[in-house]
Design a protein. Structure first.
Lengths: 259, 282
């Protein structure tokens, strides 16, 4: 698939110049049912744009996108019932409590509120949030806790596919471990298909059956962690990434679709 | 083990719950921002009283009632319009727009849920403002056709919901300037609709715009139903049959504007998804 962002830049009072920036170029990959697939790339490599396309929030310029047997954007309503998304920024009504935010989501998906609430609270408890915090406004919670509520929101509908956009970025080590352990349990118990974008090599190696390297909007290589290291003749996944993409994961570039 | 995804919802329950989502969300936000609700309601009460007192000072009952009808109707319709028109802007500020737009909710259900809360909220606020006005001014509404006014408010609501839906696309079109444009649009409605003065005093080039505003017809109907301009010494509200042309015009506006509003919203949403304008700002 392809995605270009076009921008208009003011040059004078009535003068504008138009620029084009490739966000995703010729990217093609498949994820098997029940598989955890990782996309690794620095900021600006197109990870968030890809997740947004799969979340029905962006329409690609060219290419075919199929998700759980449905074609996008034509069948976006059907896709929306089957996906849960966690983004790097835990987007919530910050003044509302975790309970209120989760109930809002439950209603949005037409769920029976009590059942949905119980499922969400079970998930939050498994992620290490005490039940007495459920009524606290989100703005009073740490970023790690907000991210856990975000994960509970995505999983409350029990989606067969989970789109995780850097879900552990900025979390403290304990929260990171809680989230990673929970994702492993989820895959084992529910068979959820997971697409995970991350900067974290260890996380990708630990959680993902296969990994794709993304750089400048292109999928440069994909395979298991071992295959990628072998292809690049590297000792670590990070070395393999640098060798195959020519850049480090800490390189920052502007990405059209990035928050 | 792959778990088959089995939706547990069916029929009308899902759309009803989805509509409730927006009512629940907006009610919860209203509770959390209650301080601001009090501030805005207090301002509306004081504003209404000061405008109505202009008529009292002039010792002109017709003028007083004209101003009261204007201020109350505008208080109701502007809040209704603003709540709907700003719903997208609020979501942009909160950063939740993408989550709402990726939920499997039809835009019709989404915007009607927002409108439902807005209508209830506007009615409650209107009742509070009327109560406050009664403290400042002796209001004898015993001869006014209050049921007729209620019908007019209901019919007007649909036209204003349609207008609100159209204005709600502005923050989608322009994340930076959309919310401001919504307020300018609302200001233009206030100017041309004859809220505090007859539209005939507007410059000639502005008067055709008054015919396009649903508020013009709501105000005209409500003033007749209150008995304003009847020429009798004792104010007597007109029967509903006297405002049928206004009610029909308002109904027609609602029937046209709601589908057009939804159509416009759908197209702008698709454009935003192509250009990447849905992402968070603010």
């Amino acid at each position: 698939m392809h995605k270009v962002f076009r921008k208009r830049k003011r040059q004078g009072i009535f003068r504008y110049t138009r620029t084009e920036q490739w966000a995703v170029k010729d990217v093609s990959f498949e994820v098997a049912l029940g598989e955890t697939y990782g996309l690794l790339g620095p900021n600006g490599s197109g990870k968030s744009t890809l997740i947004r396309i799969l979340s029905t929030l962006l329409i690609p310029d060219h290419g075919e996108v199929r998700l759980m047997g449905h074609k996008l954007p034509d069948e976006e309503r059907a896709v929306r019932w089957k996906i849960g998304r966690v983004s790097v920024d835990a987007a919530f009504y910050k003044r509302l409590s975790a309970r209120e935010n989760l109930l809002y989501s439950a209603y949005l998906y037409g769920l029976e509120p009590k059942r949905a609430e119980k499922r969400a609270f079970d998930i939050l408890e498994r992620l290490g949030i005490e039940s007495r915090r459920f009524s606290d406004p989100l703005e009073e919670m740490s970023r790690g806790m907000q991210q856990k509520v975000s994960i509970a929101r995505a999983l409350m509908i029990n989606p067969p596919m989970l789109l995780l956009d850097e879900p552990t970025t900025g979390l403290d080590p304990k929260s990171k471990r809680d989230v990673q352990r929970f994702l492993e349990e989820l895959r084992e118990e529910e068979g959820t298909t997971i697409l995970l974008t991350t900067h974290d090599m260890n996380e990708a190696e630990h959680l993902c059956a296969r990994i794709g390297f993304l750089a400048h909007g292109k999928l440069v290589a994909e395979g298991t962690a071992e295959e990628l290291k072998e292809q690049a003749q590297a000792v670590t996944l990070e070395d393999a990434f640098i060798k195959m993409t020519g850049e480090s994961l800490n390189d920052d570039k502007e990405e059209g679709g990035k928050t | 083990m792959i778990v088959e995804f089995k939706p547990q919802w069916s029929g009308m329950i899902t759309p009803a719950r989805q509509m409730m989502a927006f009512v629940f969300r907006d009610f919860s936000l209203t509770k959390r921002y209650f301080g601001w609700v009090v501030v805005f309601t207090f301002y509306a009460m004081v504003n209404s009283a000061t405008i109505a007192l202009i008529g009292v000072a002039a010792k002109d009952e017709q003028l007083t009632l004209t101003l009261i009808v204007g201020v109350l109707l505008w208080s109701f319709l502007s809040v209704l319009f603003n709540e709907i028109a700003s719903s997208v802007a609020y979501e942009r500020w909160e950063g939740t727009l993408e989550y709402t737009f990726m939920a499997p909710v039809s835009r019709l259900i989404h915007l009607f849920g927002v409108s439902l809360f807005a209508a209830v909220y506007s009615i409650v606020r209107l009742a509070i403002v009327i109560g406050a006005l009664a403290v400042f001014i002796k209001l004898d509404l015993s001869r006014a056709n209050l049921w007729g006014i209620l019908v007019t408010l209901l019919v007007s609501s649909f036209a204003f919901i349609g207008l609100g839906l159209m204005a709600a696309v502005l923050p989608v079109l322009s994340p930076e300037r959309g919310a401001e444009a919504t307020n300018i649009f609302q200001g233009c409605l206030l100017l041309v609709s004859g809220v505090y003065y007859p539209v005939e005093i507007l410059p000639g080039w502005l008067q055709p715009l008054a015919q396009l505003s649903p508020a013009t017809y709501s105000l005209s109907a409500c003033r007749k139903l209150m008995g304003i301009g009847s020429g009798q010494e004792q104010l007597v509200g007109a029967p509903v049959s006297a405002v049928v042309p206004e009610l029909l015009t308002l109904a027609l506006m609602g029937v046209v504007m709601i589908p057009v509003g939804l159509w416009v919203f759908g197209h702008v949403e698709r454009w935003a998804k192509k250009t990447g304008k849905l992402k968070r700002t603010g």
